[in-house]
Design a protein around this ligand. Sequence first.
Ligand code: ATP
Ligand code: MG
Length: 363
Amino acid sequence: MPRSTWWFKRDPERLGVAVRNAFECRRLTAENASLRKAIEYRHPEILIGISPAIMELHCLIGKIAETDSTVLISGESGTGKELVALALHHQNRSRSGPFVPVSCGAIPEGLLESEFFGHEKGAFTGAIASRTGRFELANKGTIFLDEVGELSLNLQVKLLRVLQERVFERVGSAKTRAVDVRVISATNRDLEQEVEEGRFREDLYYRLNVIPITIPPLRARLEDIQLLVRHFLDRLNRMNKGMISGVTPEALGLLQAYHWPGNVRELENFIERVVALKESGEIDVKDLPMSMRQSKKSEGPAAAIDFPPQGIDLPCLIDALEHNLITQALTLSHGVKSRAAELLGLNRTTLVEKLRRGNQPVR
Ligand SMILES: Nc1ncnc2c1ncn2[C@@H]1O[C@H](COP(=O)(O)OP(=O)(O)OP(=O)(O)O)[C@@H](O)[C@H]1O
Ligand SMILES: [Mg+2]
């Protein structure tokens, strides 16, 4: 008899426990897998944060999940515009098609029309084969027009037509093609001002801005910093086999006082650097670059909570906060409900009940 099983005979009760454990383990594994799938389905891109701005974003994403309305996302560089666009795409079950991003600012003006609409062979010098454009590729899905404020006036007219009539022609072709896409665009410019100054067409602005979403800069939602640090530490530790356990209160204070010109992306890059350079322990003041160490003490997270003059939807915000924190606890605990309940200060039954009730997407 193999050494590891000899005790079964001597101790039948222990055998029973082992079998029960094995079954329980299998049940938990299956439960965790389905739970993780459920989380991924509902939150393929988890927007981390507990600030009212992020909670409101969750509410809004939930509310417009099933609509095909055109959305314009504004925010400084690195605030999470693409993440929000992806979350909107994944929440829309009728849009099972692709998510096709186009970086309007990165493609030279002369190539952008063909990038948008495709071209036929021989349409211009160098067009040695025909090519499908991004609008066609995004059929039945979502096209994400990033940096839409960079479009030339000439291209703005062409974009307006496809938004109004949902038809276009490839460059060098007379054949009109129809397309069924949801349009989400993003800008870090103030498009209203661009309109006033004649650089952006007003009619196009109104077409794009059916549902406006503004993501505030990170410096205006300090209460998100600690959670974001935890989120990136977990992810980057896992990816790079790092062992950074957290951040000291002094270092956290400085991170909350820093002005984050590059927003969440800058924070993510900072954590990546620390995980690569530091072996273990907590992130301390000496691990911060000089620019962050010199940050002036701010008034603290509470000062960042602004009550919007148009009012709020408190029940929706509270639902979203609960949903967000539960999702984060489940992610942290890799789907183990008892651990997630512990992290949340709930008992397991209460958590299970909340999960059962909250099985629909956030309102
Ligand atoms: N609330 C958030 N929770 C988790 N990760 C976030 C959040 N906001 C941003 N990120 C991460 O920060 C990085 C920058 O986000 P993203 O690319 O969406 O920003 P952006 O606004 O599109 O930036 P840019 O204007 O420079 O294109 C990404 O890696 C994204 O996953
Ligand atoms: Mg972007």
